[in-house]
Structures are given as C-alpha cells and as structure tokens.
Write a protein that binds this ligand. Structure first.
Ligand code: 3PG
Ligand code: MG
Length: 399
C-alpha cells in the first residue's frame, strides 16, 4: 500500500501547522435525551488526535453524524460530541456552530498550537454528499482552506465518495491516520490467507445490504452462520413459513440460489424466539424454525441455534462477525447476540467484529472488548473492504 501515514507527517513537523482530520464521530444517540450511548468511535480516533496535539498542531476535526439532508438539523449537531471528545482528550474542544461559515473560520483562526476544534456536521452542507463533482468540489475547496495537511482517520466513512473523504485529499498533502491504518491492516488479514477454519457470522436486518459480501465470502469461508432479521428470507427460501417476521420477498429467489451454491457452508437457525409484537414486553416463545406461528415474528435466534453456532465457532481459527442475531436492545431478545458473542470470545481464533451495531452490542452487553482480536469502527466500510471493492477514501490516499 503506497499510502503515507501519520508518522510521515509527524516526521515533517506539524508544530503550528493546521491539520484537518476527517474522523467518523457518527456515534449512536439516545432518541429521547440525545445523549451519546456509545462513544467507541470517539475513543478510536484519540491516538491520532493525541499525537497531533502533542506535536503542537492546530487540529481541525470534521465528521458527519447521522443522515441530515444537506441542511442544519439540530438533532444531528456534533456539539455533544465536542463535549465528550474534550473530556477524553483532557482539554476543551473548540466547537464551530457551522461547518465552513463564519463560526468555522474564526474558530480555526483562533486555534493555538496544540488545540483542537470540531466543525459542525459536514452533512449540514449539500456539497458533502453531492453526486455532482463540481458541487462536492466547491465544498471541498472550503474545507481544504482550513488545513495545511489532511489526515483521514474516518475508517467508517472510507466507502463514501463524499467531499471530506474523497475530494479534500486531492487538495492537500494527505496521510492515513492511526485508526485507518490499523483497520486496513487487520481486515487485510481476512482477505489475504486467513487461518482456517474461517467462520463468518452475519446478522442484521437486511439481506439486500449483505448480498454482495455473502457472494464475495462464499468461496473463501469455511462456514457462514446467518442470524438476525435477514435469516427469515433465507428460511423462506428453504420453503419454511416465517409468520410476520421481517421478510424481503424480492430476495427469496436470490437466497435460494445462494443456498444452492453454498455447498452446505451456510448454517441457518434451527429455532427462533417468536413474539406476538415488536416490543420489549411482547409475549414470546422459542419455536422450531419450521414451526413459526403465522401471527408471530421472530426477534432472536433460539438456544439450539446458539449452541450450533457456538460449536462451529469453537473450531474456528479466524472469525468475522457483522450484525446482531436479534433485537439485542430488548433484553428478552438479546440472548442470541450474547451467546454468539461469547462463543467468539471463547474460540481460539483471530476474531474481528465489524459494524457499528455489533460493536455497540459488544459494549452494551458488557462483554470484554479486549477478548476480541479487533473491533472495527466500520460497518459498511468493513463489509465493502471484504467484498474487495475499491474504497474511495482509501483510493484518494493512494494518489
Ligand atoms: C456508519 O455509521 O456506517 C458510517 O458512519 C457511515 O455512515 P453512513 O452510512 O450514513 O454513510
Ligand atoms: Mg452505515
């Protein structure tokens, strides 16, 4: 990989220079209170920011949060993130109330050496995500004016062809931050020659999101364990009835085709926790996968499935896990995700957890993060990396 790194930049000396850092501070917020429910992505960027602060740079951090539609939207403000980032860095973070306007300009201009500023949400500006090169470029020009050098440490966003990820590095000397380097290093172990058996666990709600990665992984993996909302489309493809469970009807044929080509590598649930409503206190029972009552929906994998998945995982030497096995946010439907996560930690394997939801699940369930080989900050990004796709943010750093 012909990518310059943060150490290269530090070696040139950054004292007094403005360094624009693209981070992925897209953290989950509590719907009611707006409080940050998982600060993993903020902590993940601290090594890069800390090194720049220590070297005396004027550090200008930018990020997106959520999916606002190209205009300011208070529920997606990065202000709470600035507060948390300041606590973790042990020094206040100067917050700009816009991204490239007056507040941003004066905040950046007022930075002293070794101080950190955070700009308001990049996606409050239509130029950030625009499909139009000129519109993105114009926004990238404004952003690039805040830096003498650019560091990409937003691994979770490297699969997006957005101004701050793709166009800014074309305008400034650019390097990969510590997080991006570490993520690429770890994920390349999975695409290279993973130690076998290589077992992949996929969950989450939508098959359509995971189709490309399933296609790409099938030839390489020894076992593919499928749970989460997406398993019902596969069960349907096997000819089973799934009640009112999540079902992507237009994907059934595709799933049938995948199952035919999978050479028995795909393992599906044999039992399901089926509930009468999508609610934490819904009446529920464990039923065999071929006996889901017509008026019920599956919200978790059952204990027999967990045992089967755990047995497969106990053999593994390499594990990649993306996507929860059930609605783990509701305690009644968390056992599947917990069981699989625990089985991964017990396996004598190099394990990688990919995806914001799975990483958040690990922490929300109180599991020990250090018992996993690597917890990726990227969901879509880690999947697209494993698919072998060209990631715009990485490609931009290579140029
Ligand atoms: C993520 O959470 O997957 C990243 O922050 C990217 O966000 P996006 O899917 O809204 O582009
Ligand atoms: Mg995403």
């Amino acid at each position: 990989m012909s990518i310059r790194t943060l150490d290269d930049l530090l070696g040139e000396g950054v004292s007094g220079r403005r360094v624009l850092v693209r981070a992925d501070l897209n953290v989950p917020l509590d719907k009611q209170t707006g409080a940050i429910t998982d600060d993993g992505r903020i902590r993940a960027v601290l090594p890069t920011l800390g090194a720049l602060v220590e070297a005396g740079a004027k550090v200008v951090v930018c990020s997106h949060l959520g999916r606002p539609k190209g205009a300011p939207d208070p529920q997606f403000s990065l202000r709470p993130v600035a507060g948390r980032l300041g606590e973790l860095l042990g020094a206040p973070v100067h917050f700009a109330t816009d991204t490239v306007g007056d507040s941003a300009r004066s905040t950046v201009a007022d930075l002293a050496d070794g101080q950190v500023a955070l700009l308001e949400n990049l996606r409050f500006n239509a130029g950030e995500t625009s499909k139009d090169d000129a519109e993105r470029g114009a926004f990238a020009d404004q952003l690039a004016a805040f830096g003498d050098a650019y560091v990409d440490d937003a691994f979770g966003a490297v699969h997006r062809k957005h101004a701050s990820v793709f166009d800014v590095p074309a305008r400034l000397p650019h390097v990969a931050g510590r997080l991006v380097l570490r993520e690429v290093e770890v994920l390349s172990r999975l695409t290279g020659q993973p130690e076998r058996p290589y077992v992949v666990v996929l969950g989450g709600s939508k098959v359509s999101d995971k189709l490309a990665v399933i296609e790409a992984l099938l030839p390489t993996v020894d076992r593919l364990l499928i749970g989460g909302g997406m398993c019902f489309t596969f069960l349907k493809a096997q000819g089973l009835e799934v009640g009112t469970s999540l079902l992507e009807k237009d994907m059934v044929e595709t799933c049938r085709n995948l199952l035919e080509r999978a050479d028995g590598k795909i393992m599906l649930p044999v039992d399901i926790v089926a509930a009468d409503a999508f609610a934490p206190d819904a009446t529920h029972d464990t039923v065999p996968a071929n006996g889901i009552p017509s008026h019920r929906l599956g919200l978790d994998i059952g204990p027999e499935t967990v045992a089967g998945f755990a047995a497969a995982l106990s053999q593994a030497k390499t594990v990649f896990w993306n996507g929860p096995m059930g609605v783990f946010e509701m305690p009644a439907f968390a056992a599947g995700t917990r069981g699989v996560a625990e089985a991964i930690t017990k396996a004598d394997a190099f394990s990688v957890v990919g995806g914001g939801d799975s990483a958040a699940a690990v922490r929300a369930l109180g599991l020990d993060e250090s018992s996993f080989g690597h917890i990726s900050t990227g969901g879509g990004a880690s999947l697209e990396y494993l698919e072998g796709k060209t990631l715009p943010g990485i490609a931009a750093l290579e140029n």
